[in-house]
Design a protein around this ligand. Structure first.
Ligand code: MLT
Length: 419
């Protein structure tokens, strides 16, 4: 076995042609067979009945429903209900669910004191994960074991209800503005937008085009089976930590640029192209350079070998939103040129390097007036129901505590010699 540039000898039991699945090796100094798979890239570490995705075919379904249908016909809260409880809600169930969420949007006044303790240069993701984790202090019963289903459900409702408040407050802290309290006469996305953008003593009307675009974006991000943040939520929850602590851990995992930062990188790349004269074609050619290829952000996907189904929907949403809002942003024009050139270039077609969901989501967020370092917060807002559903499924299945094994590759036993 070759690992980190060194050779190690293990009795190999079986192997695979897939380079990311490492040979099964006998663990030195301990009993049992394990599979070395750094990053759990190719081992089925859990089974789940929530989200199905087939990267070859470009299929994504939540609880069996095609994401295309859900994005077109459902609201984000309906999709949240579906993910968490397994079925689309009836009218009566939906009314109760959304009423409960609306009822819990307010947060304890002392949480504002925690917020005020953050410097204004605090990254909103750090603020968000801290405020979510602080709910364990305001609702200490969430730490108790053997809670009834109703009690666990109340924690879930509180999370869904307070997340937009925390997300908007993290932004207000960053820009140094006073926070807005929730407006419970509004729907989920409109309330969030008003808390984000309303200024004191100014009337603020939420643009329905913006609210509906945001609702769609959140649906598209609501779950994506196992990945860094989702498996983090499951593994933290597997120790029976509270749902607030588990979701806070997921937010931190998403914060890493390799996971949640892709759409931010896209916008930064577009800004760099703009600063260099705005010639999209030049950068497309540079991306094909064999010796020193320019890395095009927002193209291709780790899982999808075909068009990411979310990208198709979001591309259309981006076109609609930009047209309806009459947005005129040179960076967005560069994005469109880049996309158009790539979709018509055989090099990219052959390699299936399609613009992915992150390419378009940053463009829409920017058109909606959401600043770049809030992009991961928006991702977390959308992913919340998926994380909750994964946490709940793991607990309901009584899954054992997550306990990765390791292949020891350090020194053999050495004789201790005193200095
Ligand atoms: C997601 O939606 O979670 C991203 O596409 C990242 C991933 O595929 O893991």
């Amino acid at each position: 076995l070759s690992f980190n540039g060194q050779e190690y000898e293990f009795p190999v039991i079986t192997g695979t042609e897939n380079e990311s699945a490492i040979d099964i090796a006998k663990l030195r100094g301990a009993s049992g067979l394990i599979t070395l798979d750094p990053g759990f890239k190719n081992t089925g570490s859990t089974s789940s009945a929530i989200t199905f995705l087939d990267g070859e075919e470009g299929i994504l379904r939540y609880r069996g429903y095609r994401i295309e249908d859900l994005a077109e016909k459902s609201s984000f809260l309906e999709v949240a209900y579906l993910l968490i409880y397994g079925e689309l809600p009836t009218q009566a169930e939906y009314e109760t669910f959304s009423k409960e969420i609306t009822h819990h949007t307010l947060v304890h006044e002392d949480i504002k004191k925690i917020l005020e303790g953050f410097p204004s240069n605090a990254h909103p993701m750090g603020v968000l994960s801290s405020l979510i984790c602080s709910l364990t202090a305001f609702y200490p019963e969430s730490l108790l074991q053997n809670r009834s289903d109703e009690e666990v459900n109340m924690s879930i409702i509180r999370l869904l209800a307070k997340m937009p408040t925390f997300a908007a407050w993290a932004y207000k802290n960053e820009v140094g503005h006073p926070v807005n309290y929730p407006d419970n006469s509004l729907d989920y996305c409109s309330n969030f937008l008003k808390m984000m953008f309303a200024l004191p003593a100014e009337k603020y009307d939420v643009d329905p085009v913006v609210a509906s675009a945001l609702d769609k974006l959140l649906i598209l991000h609501a779950d994506h089976e196992q990945n860094c943040s989702t498996s983090t939520v499951r593994i933290v929850g597997s120790s029976h930590a509270s749902v607030y602590a588990s979701i806070s851990a997921g937010i931190n995992a998403l914060w890493g640029p390799l996971h949640g930062g892709a759409n931010q990188s896209v916008i930064e790349m577009l800004e760099a192209i703009k600063a260099d004269g705005g010639d999209a074609k030049k950068y497309l050619d540079k991306a094909k350079d064999k010796n020193d290829p320019f890395r095009l952000m927002g193209f291709g996907h780790r899982v999808y070998k075909n068009f990411d189904p979310r990208a198709k929907i979001i591309k259309k949403a981006a076109d609609d939103v930009l047209e309806k809002l009459g947005v005129n942003d040179p960076v967005l024009d560069i994005a469109k040129e880049l996309e158009h050139a790539a979709l018509n270039d055989q090099y990219f077609i052959d390699r299936k390097l399609y613009p992915n969901v992150d390419f378009y989501s940053g463009i829409i967020y920017r058109a909606l007036g959401i600043p770049t370092d809030m992009f991961t917060v928006m991702f977390a807002l959308g992913r919340l129901p998926g994380w909750i559903a994964q946490w709940k499924e793991m607990r309901e299945n009584n899954e054992p505590i997550g306990r990765p094994r390791q292949v020891y590759v350090g020194a053999n036993e050495r004789e201790y010699v005193s200095m």
